[in-house]
Write a protein that binds this ligand. Structure first.
Ligand code: ZN
Length: 225
């Protein structure tokens, strides 16, 4: 297969309404630290949003809608033929028919967001949650509250992804399919604890319109050209 070009898309990932939690790992717990830290850059220690988190979430939402294998097994689709496998890749070597097309970059905070964090004196929010005993209405057992670290609502991250286009690809169809993925993400959530309100995000294109609307317009332009 001959690659014809790589199309880049840039925009912003906006954390809306409530905090965003993408878990990191911790090496040890010291006093005053949260039990559940967010992921941070290993050197600068600044919070970021991994491209793999965005890619994986959009993929999984599309699989739940379109891939019967996933609906049965809960695992990523490995058919090698569907739009998910063509765009996001196929994890089963013997089924690979085509190279994967999408790359999602890690999302670093924008200059404005870094400024706002600096001004506020913090780049994250520590949220305390507690399990309530249904009969007593008090904290269950003597289990103390757990703390969850989140990226504060109102933070913006630079976002970009690219699509490799091969000869013969139906690019308009890819744009429409991706648009659906971005729209599902905006209606669902990113990161952890979404059912408790975390992770409401919107990805916008470089002109500020939601990425799903931008991609649908691009698909329309391609069809009418
Ligand atoms: Zn597939």
């Amino acid at each position: 297969m001959k690659m014809s070009y790589i199309q880049e898309f840039r925009g912003k990932l906006k954390v809306l309404g409530s905090g965003l939690r993408i878990g990191g790992s911790k090496e040890g717990v010291s006093i005053g630290e949260t039990d559940n830290p967010i992921i941070r850059h290993p050197i600068t220690n600044v919070p970021y949003v991994p491209g793999s988190s965005v890619k994986g979430k959009i993929r999984s939402l599309l699989e739940l809608k379109y891939c019967s294998d996933t609906q049965q097994t809960g695992l990523p689709c490995t058919c090698g033929e569907c739009l998910v496998c063509q765009l996001f890749g196929c994890g089963k070597a013997q089924n690979i028919r085509t190279p994967s097309r999408l790359v999602f970059r890690d999302c670093q905070p924008t200059e404005e967001t870094l400024g706002a964090w600096q001004q506020g004196g913090t780049d994250s929010e520590i949220k305390t949650e507690v399990l309530i005993d249904r009969n007593k209405g008090l904290a269950y057992g003597r289990i103390g509250p757990r703390t969850m670290e989140r990226i504060p609502a109102g933070s913006d991250f630079n976002f970009s992804f690219s699509l490799r286009v091969f000869d013969g690809d139906n690019v308009a169809e890819y744009y429409d399919f991706l648009a659906e993925g971005f729209e599902l993400l905006s209606k669902h959530y990113l990161g952890g604890s979404g059912s408790r309100g975390y992770g409401e995000v919107l990805i916008v294109a470089e002109d500020g319109t939601p990425m799903h609307e931008f991609l649908r317009r691009k698909a329309e332009e391609l069809r009418s050209s």
